[in-house]
Design a protein around this ligand. Structure first.
Ligand code: ATP
Ligand code: AH0
Length: 364
């Protein structure tokens, strides 16, 4: 493998710990950073309850937390050790790891985006070089720092009919619109499963609303839905991005006093309407859905009602919706090594195509 001049077929493991805080996804691909020449195993390592709760606490503390805070350092080490376990679960060697880490704060207007995770420790534990810190160069250059998955979506869908809309419903929801002339437009669309998970935790004592049963049994409160959609974020043009907690105050207010099923139904309608009303140049010919939200039938039904074209899970075109983001960070690690851009003016609002990522260790 050589990186500059004659680069070909690098074996990369991507690791993504998403805003749902449920665990780390790992996936192996072979790529030159432009095309994907092979897909390998994928795995998810679920965090134990204590780590999940500590990560959730850190999201609230992050705005005032010092980077050397002992609690933060302890959580970061436990998180990193779980990432090393996820690499071991792959059972397949690689040339490089793409390590996203866990976003604990995202505020591009303050030029801040913060992913925790110890690249040096991960590299020591796995004995592999690690690319990390994918978002900060974009934010420093005036971009949103997110979403970063669009260039990967574009590579995956290279041969597919356009315009195509790819929607990810994770803790936060984001979408990529791929146009017939190679256009790649993207933004975070609004909340994803995050607020539904919070509600399920309180009312069901479960980490999420399984299959959307709670939301499916309630009535949408239309005036509260309008109040949610009146947030200025929705009038902003793409590109734009969100923090996991961007709407938490507004959502608490808008769901106050509602019965749990009605609150869940209203939140599901909020998530789906925000996705469907995101501004794209022309309507897509089809919508593909990835991320954990594709398992929520109330969300899938809500999307199908709001688009006039087919809305299908990405498995229908042979992709793995549980592995896509991890595959993305494997792909972006290789792009980083090759000095290729990770983001574009049309995906993060950065002024020019932007490189990113830092390397810990040496590529042989
Ligand atoms: N069977 C199911 N029914 C309903 N919801 C589900 C189901 N399975 C997963 N989910 C939802 O998917 C979420 C996890 O989604 P995912 O792994 O895509 O999030 P993430 O990668 O952490 O988030 P992000 O993309 O924002 O970083 C869970 O928290 C839950 O809300
Ligand atoms: C700051 C941050 O971590 N954002 C995540 C989050 O989860 C979904 C959405 O919000 C997206 O913007 C991003 O993740 C994906 C992988 C991305 O960058 O494309």
């Amino acid at each position: 493998m050589t990186i500059n001049g004659g680069t070909k077929r690098i074996r990369a493991i991507g690791l993504m710990s998403g805003t749902s805080l449920d665990g780390v996804d790992a996936a192996w691909i072979e790529t030159d950073g432009e095309r994907i020449s092979g897909f390998g195993p994928a795995a998810t390592l679920l965090y134990e309850e204590g780590l999940r709760a500590d990560l959730r606490r850190i999201l609230d503390l992050a705005p005032t937390l010092a980077s050397d805070d002992p609690f933060l350092r302890d959580v970061e080490e436990r998180l990193t050790r779980d990432h090393a376990l996820a690499v071991a679960m792959m059972g397949q060697t690689a040339d490089i790891i793409g390590f996203h880490g866990q976003t604990i704060l995202h505020s591009p207007t303050q030029r801040r985006t913060w992913q925790i995770g110890d690249a040096a420790l991960l590299s020591r534990l796995t004995r592999l070089p690690v690319v990390y810190d994918f978002r900060s160069d974009d934010v420093k250059a005036g971009g949103e720092g997110a979403p970063l998955v669009p260039v990967f979506h574009a590579a995956l869908a290279r041969e597919m009919e356009k315009p195509l809309l790819i929607v990810n419903i994770g803790g936060v929801a984001n979408a990529t619109w791929l146009g017939p002339d190679g256009e790649v437009l993207a933004c975070d669309t609004g909340p994803g499963n995050g607020p539904l998970d919070d509600l399920a935790q309180v009312h069901l004592g479960q980490p999420y609303d399984k299959d959307g049963a709670l939301a499916g049994s309630g009535q949408v409160d239309l005036s509260r839905l309008d109040a949610l959609l009146a947030h200025p974020f929705f009038a902003r043009p793409a590109p734009k991005s969100l923090d996991r907690l961007s709407f938490s105050g507004l959502i608490a207010e808008a769901t106050e006093g509602l019965a749990a099923p009605d609150a869940a139904a209203t939140l599901a309608a909020f998530i789906c309407t925000a996705i469907a009303q995101a501004p794209w140049p022309t309507p897509p010919k089809q919508v593909l859905v990835t991320g954990g939200g594709r398992h929520n039938s109330t969300l899938m039904k809500g999307l199908a009602e709001r688009f006039s074209v087919s809305v299908r899970p990405v498995e229908d075109v042979g992709w793995n919706g549980d592995a896509l983001e991890a595959q993305c960070f494997a792909f972006l690690a290789v792009r980083s090594l090759r000095g290729l851009p990770l983001s574009l003016p049309t995906t993060t609002g950065v002024a020019a195509p932007q490189k990113g990522g830092r390397l810990y260790g040496t590529i042989l």
